[in-house]
Design a protein around this ligand. Structure first.
Ligand code: SF4
Length: 401
């Protein structure tokens, strides 16, 4: 049986955060219920097509999955179990926003087989949370974390964010300390990105350009300050026993997020829901992004062909696009996804996947990056040095063919 990961997208949020460009929006209960029915149809449909796969991870993300009624979440889990062979010790994650989960909800999540919770905190400073347009306070986060623990969740991730307007390494230090006090098993620490189409873009676009150019921004932290925050994260988390296993992710031993690791290793994954992406045997699919057409199409799910530039690909009426990943693009993805992880990539895996040695494709790039002390080859693996991690965007871009 081949390995498969499942992702379920819940595109609903009580209120849009000011920096967010994810596919998420408010919706009333009737709409949420209609969406869940659509998801159940999609799950049942694909279950019949994936008999040769066994599922190692499930990730219910969003949006705010914890805004759904817990009984709806339970129905989604039941449908997944009915339609797919999910291994007994599968990692099953749900994303939660502070203030949206009750004791009963965590209880039902556990009963439904969910064994990992990912809580979006971002900052321990209420003023910063307000500035980001988040719906919760730090205190609400603490209550949510405590409820998850009391309900037996022993694998919890906390999302935090640096590079916020007005943030300094000192204020970020407070967030790190507050989170570490709780001893979560996993911490994701991302930098704020000013994305087009968000209210933050209008507010900070010129600042972001200055920041990237190494000039003095007005409200965003300077590049140097962001670097200090990154180093502070690495140092404090290492001291607290976390392994830095991917550029932005830290885990206690044995608690790396297997769902994301699979994604970086280019495992097959199937995404359900609005705008969800899938990678199945090197074909990348994306679902349609409009809510009502999505709901309608799931009522008449059928196979068809996606007319690409060069060929016709198997698809369904839910797909907005289908694309066969060329060998060249597979090699590029193998490198720049694999090198995001601190363990890097295995030379043997490269040869097995592409039938040639890594040097046959990247001899010059590897020599150059090694010469610049950005990359190391050791014990059959290739990985970034600490300096390489600091300039990972530059290093990863070198692997574009
Ligand atoms: S909670 Fe997450 S998905 Fe929802 S608006 Fe905020 S950042 Fe976006």
């Amino acid at each position: 049986m081949r390995n498969l990961e499942l992702y379920v997208h819940i595109p609903f949020c009580i209120k849009k955060c000011l920096y967010c460009d994810f596919l998420s929006f408010p919706a009333d209960e009737d709409t949420q219920n209609a969406y869940v029915e659509a998801l159940l149809s999609e799950i049942a449909y694909y279950g019949t097509k994936c008999r040769d796969y066994c599922v190692s991870t499930v990730y219910i993300g969003g949006g705010t999955p914890s805004w759904l009624r817990e009984t709806q979440t339970e129905r989604i889990m039941e449908a997944l179990r009915r339609s797919f062979s999910i291994v007994r010790d599968a990692e099953v994650t749900i994303e939660c926003n502070p203030g949206t989960v009750t004791d009963r909800m965590f209880f039902v999540y556990r009963r439904a087989g969910i064994n990992r919770v990912s809580i979006g905190l971002q900052s321990a400073d209420d003023a910063q949370l307000k500035m980001l347009g988040r719906i919760h306070t730090f205190d609400q986060f603490l209550k949510t974390f405590d409820l998850a623990r009391r309900n037996g969740f022993d694998n919890i991730n906390v999302d935090i964010m640096n590079s916020l307007p007005g943030q300094t390494a000192e204020s970020f230090y407070q967030t790190l300390q507050q989170v570490l006090r709780l001893k979560p098993e996993h911490i994701s620490a991302y930098s704020l990105i000013i994305e087009k189409g968000t209210p933050f873009y209008e507010l900070y676009k010129f600042d972001a350009v200055k920041q990237q150019a190494g000039l003095q921004p007005v409200e965003l932290p300077t590049e140097n300050e962001v670097y200090r925050m990154t180093k502070l994260t690495e140092q404090l988390l290492a001291e607290a026993g976390y392994m830095h296993y991917e550029i932005s992710n830290f885990a206690k031993p044995g608690f790396a997020c297997m769902h994301n690791v699979g994604y970086w290793r280019r495992e097959n994954y199937l995404g359900f829901g609005l705008g969800a992406a899938s990678l199945m045997e090197n074909i990348r699919y994306t679902n349609i992004r409009e809510l009502y057409p999505y709901i309608e199409q799931t009522k008449h799910l059928r196979e068809g062909l996606w007319q690409n530039e060069n060929e016709e690909l198997p698809a369904t009426n839910l797909h907005a696009s289908a694309e066969r990943i060329t060998r060249k693009a597979q090699i590029e993805e193998f490198m720049f996804l694999g090198l995001r992880m601190m363990e890097g990539i295995s030379r043997a895996d490269f040869e097995k996947a592409f039938g040639v040695s890594i040097e046959a494709v990247y001899a010059e790039v590897l020599a150059k990056l090694q010469g610049e002390n950005l990359l190391v080859k050791r014990a059959g693996r290739i990985f970034l040095t600490e300096r390489g991690q600091d300039v990972s965007n530059y290093v990863l871009a070198q692997f574009l063919l």
